[in-house]
Design a protein around this ligand. Structure first.
Ligand code: NAI
Length: 342
């Protein structure tokens, strides 16, 4: 009956959709802060992954409607909603990847560090629950200031005795996405080909795009180099100002985070060719947390690509020297926050 009543093209379309209903892998992902400006588009993009069998959406409010809406998309994963502290543990049980965009965003005139007082407590509480319910998961922190929230998470996980530095990530993918876009625009390159490693941290001058390591290699005048570097470092503020009080980057951030989630899932699934920049506990420099390119594998960070920091230009060396004190101070602020808690 169905065959007779459906036009041939529509049937083909439906068959494609139906076969897509079987996940190609069965990973489970939780988004904490899923009803927010980043959380919603991120949930949509993650829902499109064929590698996921369950997508758990947690927030302190407004998440039921987001989940109901998303659950109608005919992609494989089942969408479940969890509201408020009493449902937090259940949102985390048995999951492989936890993504955290919970917290307040910047308004014009604010630095990422101005968010510290509110977001530090939110991240601490959420990570305690992660430690208790899915200590083996990949943990991906978006909440700012990332330079401090990742060390906060590390300390909480250590206190709980479940810290695996290879599985805790600050999401800096947006810095790479922005760098790739701006360089391609400036040099008239095909976007898909451009890859700029971005190292350091995720705030102002701690964001260091290594433009000399761009692939394909580009030649930049001193003026272009400075202009591009500053644009990449201030791109978040560009969005905050354009939104005039309505928040910070959400759509491009969701796009970037979805790329990082998908890369993590491919790595978990055994793909041996997954590289991303991210902010992790690191021995690459004397600074204990540092963003750099890493190879991802089933157990998290498999290798840190140290060659990116070799043979830097004078400009990059100077910028690297300049970012270290600020990054170090942000890390210490995060660690102190956890240790000063009653
Ligand atoms: P938003 O205010 O639109 O959404 C935040 C969500 O977090 C809200 O739905 C809120 O209910 C939820 N939330 C608050 N407290 C919570 C708690 N205790 N548990 C669970 N959820 C909680 O903010 P938006 O724009 O989505 O930004 C979120 C965070 O991401 C901000 O800290 C922002 O600075 C950061 N961000 C990070 C970027 C990066 O590159 N890493 C880029 C852009 C933003």
């Amino acid at each position: 009956v169905l065959r007779q009543s459906v036009k041939p093209n529509a049937l083909k379309q439906n068959q494609r959709s139906w076969s897509f209903l079987q996940p190609q892998a069965s990973y489970k992902v939780t988004i904490l802060g899923a009803a927010g400006g980043i959380g919603q588009p991120l949930a949509l993009l993650v829902k499109m992954s064929p590698l996921i069998s369950a997508l758990h959406l947690y927030d302190i409010a407004n998440v039921k409607g987001v989940a109901a809406d998303l659950s109608h998309c005919n992609t494989p994963s089942q969408v479940l909603d969890f509201t408020g502290a009493s449902e937090l543990a259940d949102s985390l049980k048995g999951v492989d990847v936890v993504v955290i965009p919970a917290g307040v965003p910047r308004k014009p005139g604010m630095t990422r560090d101005d968010l510290f007082n509110i977001n530090a407590s939110i991240v601490k509480t959420l990570i305690e629950a992660v430690a208790d319910n899915c200590p083996d998961a990949f943990i991906q922190i978006i909440s700012n200031p990332v330079n401090s929230t990742v060390p906060i998470a590390a300390e909480v996980l250590k206190q709980k005795g479940v810290y695996d530095p290879k599985k805790l990530f600050g999401v800096t993918t947006l810095d790479v996405v922005r760098a790739n876009t701006f360089v391609a625009q400036k040099k008239n390159l095909k976007l898909i080909d451009v890859d700029v490693p971005v190292v350091g941290g995720h705030a102002g001058i701690t964001i260091l795009p290594l433009l000399s390591k761009t692939k394909p290699s580009v030649s930049l005048s001193d003026e272009e180099l400075q202009e591009l570097t500053m644009r990449i470092q201030n791109a978040g503020t560009e969005v905050v100002e354009a939104k005039v009080g309505a928040g910070s980057a959400t759509l491009s951030m969701a796009y970037a985070a979805a790329r990082f989630v998908e890369s993590s899932l491919r790595a978990l699934d055994g793909d041996g060719d997954v590289y991303e920049c991210c902010y992790i506990q690191s021995e690459l420099t004397e600074i204990p947390f540092f963003a750099s390119r890493v190879k991802l594998g089933r157990k998290g960070v498999e290798a840190v690509i140290s060659s990116d920091l070799q043979g830097l230009t004078e400009y990059e060396e100077k910028a690297l020297g300049a970012l270290k004190p600020e990054l170090k101070a942000s890390i210490e602020k995060g660690i102190d926050f956890v240790h000063k808690q009653p």
